[in-house]
Design a protein around this ligand. Structure first.
Ligand code: ZN
Length: 84
């Protein structure tokens, strides 16, 4: 039996520990994709604005949070400490 453990990371914005919600395959490499439901953004899709889309990101080789939609780096918001 093979126990598969989902990779985890902390949200770059709120610091919450997240489990990978899926895997993304890019050029032969796979990277876990994370979603934080606590951090939502407004995105534009097909010319329409969509509110409350859960923050979705991957971690690159340097551990930076990357938006898989456009490859932009998501700036880490350094929280003061864990939120109650
Ligand atoms: Zn978050």
């Amino acid at each position: 039996m093979n126990m598969e453990t989902k990779p985890t990371t902390s949200c770059p914005l709120c610091g919450m520990t997240l489990q990978a919600s899926g895997m993304l395959t890019t050029g032969g490499a796979t990277a876990p994709v994370f979603q934080c439901d606590a951090c939502t953004r407004t995105v534009e899709l097909f010319g329409a604005k969509i509110d409350n889309v859960a923050l979705t990101f991957c971690r690159d080789a340097d551990g930076r949070a990357v938006d898989p939609a456009d490859g932009s780096i998501i700036r880490e918001a350094k929280p003061q400490g864990p939120r109650a």
